[in-house]
Design a protein around this ligand. Structure first.
Ligand code: 2RA
Length: 335
């Protein structure tokens, strides 16, 4: 049966990709409502040859919407997700607004799909992009060997910050090559030809909000509050694709060969792990524009008897946000 879909934040980088993924996967869309702020209302979008106009969220009546995909920031989700749920829609929210709520499931399609069946508020939370790819890669290892601790440094692309950040990287790169002032606006300091050890806002414990998402969301998705996570989030001058240097300690020893074997059959994962020049995944050569979570550099930790290191790369807008949201919608309508 046709499914009436609303996309809230339809003109953003994630919203646009949600639309693309719905079309690519031939999701059975009935009515399609593209919603955004009044500023964006009226913009024209094409979906399966249909020309649609973006509508103002503030004046939209959600009655009749079956699935609402939100990616318009936490404030918009907090205000409008409950209204769409009250009108009967299942809300799949890409913001961080509800991820830590005990009565809102936090779901990676290949990791804990059954969790979305219990949604007393009619809201399902989509994990943060960096958590999404990390869990897709680590869940199979956790199930076999029991992960006790994760040290992870992320190298996050500027698309994770949004459209203005994409423009800032391009503009600054050109400015630098023309010996002009890079004039940082979106980030506190220049991002072109630089790296910035900050994602989100600083918290009292010295970590940032983007880093703590990796701690809280990992424990909720894997269902194990004892897992120790030590994250460092770094913004890098890459347009699309987050990369992560991951070092785990497991309860039981797991060899690199066994980890590679597990990952080669893991859903949503593609292993690119050859110990030669270029034998590993990168945002440019593999992840950007593609669906898999790529894993390489798999090796036993020379500094720990039950340690394992690996390199995890994925497109933060696709699997990191839009694709997983659509996969959750597919699971909901298949119930
Ligand atoms: C970032 N994960 O990359 C955030 C976007 N949701 O900044």
């Amino acid at each position: 049966n046709p499914v009436n879909v609303a996309i809230v934040g339809a003109t953003g980088a994630v919203g646009e990709t949600m639309l693309k993924v719905l079309e690519e996967r031939d999701f059975p869309v009935g009515e399609l409502h593209l919603l955004a702020s009044e500023r964006s209302a009226g913009a024209k979008v094409v979906f399966k040859g249909r020309h649609l106009a973006v509508k103002d969220l503030a004046t939209f009546d959600p009655a009749g919407v079956d699935i609402a995909l939100f990616s318009a920031g936490g404030d918009v989700s907090k205000e409008f997700a409950p209204k769409f749920a009250a009108a009967g829609a299942v809300v799949i929210d890409n913001s961080s607004a509800f991820r830590r709520d005990a009565d809102v499931p936090l779901v990676v399609a290949e990791v804990n799909p059954d969790a979305l069946r219990v949604r007393p508020r009619g809201i399902i939370a989509n994990p943060n992009c960096s958590t999404m790819q990390l869990m897709t890669a680590l869940a199979p290892i956790h199930r076999e060997a029991g992960i006790q601790r994760i040290n992870v440094a992320t190298y996050q692309s500027v698309s994770g910050t949004g459209r203005r950040a994409l423009e800032e990287l391009g503009r600054q790169t050109a400015a630098m090559l023309n010996f002009q002032d890079p004039k940082p606006e979106v980030y506190p300091v220049q991002i072109a030809f630089n790296v910035i050890p900050q994602g989100g806002d600083f918290l009292d414990n010295g970590y940032t909000s983007e880093e703590m998402k990796l701690v809280w969301e990992t424990r909720k998705i894997l269902g194990d509050e004892s897992i120790q996570v030590n994250p460092t989030v770094v913004r890098v001058p890459v347009f699309y694709g987050h990369s992560e240097a991951v070092h785990i300690e497991t309860r039981d020893k797991i060899t690199a060969a066994r980890a590679r074997q597990l990952l080669e059959s893991a859903p949503g994962v593609e292993v690119v792990d050859e110990r030669r020049d270029g034998g590993y995944p990168t945002p440019v050569t593999h992840a950007s524009g593609n669906d898999p979570v790529y894993v390489g550099r798999i090796r036993e930790d020379i500094s720990h008897p039950r340690g394992l290191s690996l390199w995890v790369v994925a497109d933060n807008i696709r699997k990191g946000a839009a694709l997983n949201a659509v996969q959750l919608a597919e699971l909901v309508i298949a119930e």
